[in-house]
Design a protein around this ligand. Structure first.
Ligand SMILES: [Zn+2]
Length: 398
């Protein structure tokens, strides 16, 4: 006997090792049998002991000391002494051709690695891991949707960079993803909402969406009692677009062809201009004052943006309306035609924007976190082509 021989326990409950079939450095094959001597009949529950015949079934297990381990299970077919039925036994530690602990490890690894890497690491097939991840994420989604949800967050993300979008639906209370459905239109959200029980839909009081108007009809149709709120972050991005248009106009140098084409002093302040006035320090303010002395139109645009920020900084609905009035006064001077699109957007979505003050100041912040995690997953997998696989892995990690 070699000097490095030792006994190793499998640590599988109710499994008895019969013999080691192969103990090579790269692979371990162990013949096992169930330790349950009198399993109950599936039909009548009678305890059976008569074995009709046996079959061999290969079950993959976790590696033992770095060796790929296969259990050769001597699976019994029993005959019931009461009803006479014959049936193949099952084992609580085995799930199909994998042990339960290996299945759990595969699902855990799939949270950090692409399916292909997990399959290679454990020496199992890609489709085995993919099917397992799909089944596991289905259970997770079902469990999450069994709880009621009062705030629903809806956002979109892409399977490839700016290609093929999916709608991500998150529970605002827990921050957990409930579903990821293909496309980013009304039908996508409609399909999800209509597949939920009526009682669950009734529990949704607030739906927060990004700036897309596509989701509005489905919220009105499927959850008419829910309050629709446009996400603050997306709306502020619209607001900032107005000032950016003013800056681009101001920084342009004439005549055409002169180098540099833009005034560098104005261009360098592009991020500073987007900041809220209460986030500026004295040095920033001094820099802006100097800029505004040279370009008064930029100051008017900046003030208009700050009044729009006031919509959200206000304590309540009335305060928001006052900020909006001040913005309208600035806009009516006619100096800011660049804000024309923002005014249109505010008019068309005023209810959804001002609903912010009636719904506890909810936002889509949690979906942005989800989106970050999904983007990392997308990068490590080098993009996805199948929306079902994207959703399955996405649900595991978010
Ligand atoms: Zn029976």
């Amino acid at each position: 006997m070699g000097s490095d021989v030792m006994r190793v326990r499998l640590h599988l409950r109710q499994v008895r090792v019969l013999e080691v079939l192969a103990g090579a450095p790269s692979e371990l094959r162990v013949k096992v049998v169930s330790a349950v001597t009198r399993p109950r009949c599936r039909c009548c529950g009678f305890k059976c002991h008569r074995v009709h015949d046996t079959r061999l079934r290969e079950v993959r297990d976790l590696e033992v000391s770095g060796r790929r381990t296969t259990l050769v299970w001597l699976r019994r077919r029993l005959v019931c002494g009461n009803c006479g039925g014959r049936w193949l036994e099952d084992h609580p530690e085995f799930e199909g051709a994998l042990t339960c602990r290996l299945a759990r490890r595969l699902a855990a690894d799939a949270q950090a690695m692409p399916i292909r890497a997990v399959a290679r690491r454990h020496g199992v097939g890609w489709s085995t891991v993919n099917a397992l991840v799909g089944a596991w994420s289905g259970l997770i989604a079902e469990h999450r949707r069994s709880r009621r949800c009062s705030v629903l967050l809806v956002d979109e993300t892409s399977m490839r960079k700016r290609h093929r979008y999916v709608t991500v639906i998150v529970n605002g209370g827990t921050g957990k993803t409930l579903a990821m459905v293909e496309h980013r239109d009304s039908a996508a959200l409609n399909g999800f909402l209509m597949s939920q029980p009526h009682r669950w839909r009734r529990s949704v009081k607030v739906v927060v969406t990004d700036g897309s108007k596509a989701y509005k009809p489905s919220i009105e149709a499927c959850s008419p009692h829910a309050r629709h709120v446009l996400d603050r972050f997306h709306v502020i991005r619209w607001f900032c677009a107005g000032l950016t248009a003013v800056r681009r106009d101001v920084q342009r140098r004439q005549p055409q062809g002169v180098k540099p084409a833009f005034d560098p002093q104005v261009f360098k302040t592009r991020f500073l201009l987007m900041r809220r006035h209460d986030h500026l320090n004295d040095a920033d303010q001094a820099r802006l004052d100097k800029l505004f002395d040279a370009h008064p139109r930029l100051e008017t645009g900046w003030q208009a943006l700050q009044e729009l920020h006031g919509l959200y900084l206000a304590d309540d609905h009335d305060g928001a309306l006052e900020a909006l009035d001040r913005f309208c006064d600035l806009y009516q001077t006619g100096e800011l035609p660049e804000f024309h699109h923002i005014v249109d957007a505010i008019i068309s979505s005023s209810d959804e924007i001002l609903a912010f003050h009636h719904t506890g100041r909810v936002s889509n912040g949690r979906t942005e976190n989800t989106d970050n995690l999904l983007q990392v997953m997308r990068r490590t997998a080098h993009g996805f082509t199948n929306p079902t696989n994207f959703a399955a892995r996405g649900l595991l990690i978010t």
